[in-house]
Write a protein that binds this ligand. Structure first.
Ligand code: AMP
Length: 470
């Protein structure tokens, strides 16, 4: 019997949102996705942008649901989740997937999450929490290991200061608490042990009782080539993670997901939807670094294209609490996502004086530049996901923010996926466009990789200069 067609409202507006909308329509032949506030540059006859829906006004979503026959709402933007969007929709009787406001603290407060992880024996770095700078500095002076200093609240991915010495850690405390670099998000800080190893991005869908694990990814969080620059939302990712084999997935299941599930249930958190767990594969096991209450972005653009299961059915499993009886089908391809961001630009003001914009994420950046070359992108070996792309008055696609778009290359191996990502992103142009040229290379972690598994057995033929395959 054919499945009945569903109307879904997706609350998001990012590249991740585009990837989720794309998964809905790609995996279900009849679903109609309403995407609010969405992104008007996303052109697909079964993805309809609803700009009247606001991330800060759940009433706008309720009105839309009452006017249209919406079967369920999927909320995946932290601005909405952290302010109780899901609570409001559910109170209005609308079937909704997403953590409620209390559960969203898993992302909105690092201190809350660290304490929860500790109480439920989820392995994580040693830490302490401070509300004032002096005790934090005193604590740092007494340590004989490097630390990461983190603002407690939401900081758009740049609130963690990974420090290589005591001086930079003390400086980080001052930046967050005295210079108030992250405003109120830095009223409280977490000082935690710096971990060394291989990072891994774990994604799973949760129905309030059980997790369904998605393919893991390797994320590139630093802004610049060579894994230099600042931590930002992410400049690219690979999926599956190069170390993802059955043994590692089993370890994630028993060492991370099961205790985390016990923590969520034990605290009575009302949580459904995607969860992202950033973790480090250390010599003495896997340790959790952070939790996001939605998919990671730029991981979503590399992980979700692998999924072959009908996502509407999986969401219905979440709503019914029957995810444990379902499985996830994925393809056997490799995916490499490279982010095209707004880099530095130079402009003359009305007096002919130069104004220099450092570009995202280093400072101010310009927007509104026409984007060309999109039609040349080969959709057989890559996917395009729009983050900050808009239409101007002439209906031209223009830039509208820091991370503009994502190009995800597809391949039978990592080398091909990386090659296809770069071969296609190089066709795209906008003023000041910048992207990392080294997504796919491994930094500082080869030794740790070698310890976990014989390096020669890894499919790392992609550690070759770009262009070698063309
Ligand atoms: P967070 O803001 O907690 O997501 O951290 C951002 C990034 O900082 C992570 O993806 C890691 O690259 C790095 N990081 C955070 N905590 C640690 C840690 N304890 N040890 C090493 N690196 C870390």
């Amino acid at each position: 019997m054919p499945n009945p067609s569903r109307n879904v409202l997706l609350i998001d507006s990012t590249g991740r949102g585009h990837a989720i909308a794309d998964l809905f329509q790609r995996s279900d032949p009849s679903v109609q996705v309403f995407y609010g506030p969405g992104n008007p540059s996303v052109a697909d006859e079964r993805i309809c942008t609803v700009p009247d829906i606001s991330l800060s006004d759940p009433e706008s979503a309720v009105r839309f649901c009452q006017a249209r026959a919406i079967d369920f709402v999927f909320v995946s933007h932290i601005d909405a989740l952290s302010t109780g969007y899901v609570d409001f929709l559910k109170t209005n009787g609308i079937p909704t997937i997403g953590p409620d406001r209390a559960a969203a603290r898993l992302e909105a407060s690092k201190a809350f999450t660290k304490s929860l992880l500790q109480r439920y024996n989820v392995k994580t770095a040693r830490f302490a929490v401070f509300d004032r700078p002096e005790p934090a500095k005193c604590y740092i002076r007494g340590l004989d290991y490097d630390v990461v200093v983190k603002a407690d609240g939401l900081c758009e991915g740049n609130g963690a200061y990974v420090c290589s010495d005591q001086a930079s850690a003390l400086q980080a405390v001052d930046s967050i608490m005295l210079a108030r670099a992250h405003k109120d998000a830095g009223n409280r800080i977490v000082v935690e042990e710096r971990l060394f190893g291989v990072e891994i991005s774990i994604s799973a869908l949760f129905d309030g009782k059980e997790f369904l694990m998605f393919p893991a990814a390797l994320d590139y969080k630093r802004s610049d080539d060579g894994n230099k620059g600042v931590n930002c939302d992410g400049m690219g990712s690979l999926s599956p993670h190069p170390l993802a084999d059955k043994t590692l997935y089993r370890e994630i299941q028993t060492e991370v997901l099961e205790p985390l599930r016990a923590a969520i249930l034990g605290e009575g958190l009302k949580y459904t939807g995607f969860i992202y767990i950033g973790a480090m594969l250390c010599d003495d096991g896997i340790k959790v670094i952070e939790i996001n209450v939605r998919l990671g972005d730029s991981e979503a653009e590399a992980v979700l294209p692998k999924v072959q299961s009908n996502f509407v059915r999986l969401c219905e499993g979440v709503l019914l609490g029957t995810l444990s009886s379902m499985s996830l089908e994925t393809d056997d391809k490799c995916y490499c996502n490279v982010v095209a961001a707004q880099g530095p630009t130079l402009r003359l003001d009305e007096h002919g004086r130069e104004i220099r914009y450092p570009g995202w994420p280093h400072g101010d950046f310009e927007v509104g530049f026409p984007i060309s070359g999109l039609e040349a992108v080969n959709c057989r070996n890559s996917r395009l996901f729009f983050a900050n792309v808009r239409r101007d008055a002439e209906d031209t696609l223009v830039t509208a923010g820091g991370r503009v778009l994502h190009v995800t290359g597809i391949g039978d191996n990592y080398a091909q996926a990386v090659h296809h990502a770069y071969a296609n992103i190089e066709k795209i142009r906008f003023k000041g466009m910048s992207y990392r040229s080294d997504i796919g290379l491994i930094y500082g972690s080869v030794d740790a990789m070698r310890q976990r598994r014989e390096i020669s057995s890894l499919p790392w033929t992609w550690q070759m200069p770009r262009g070698a395959l063309s």
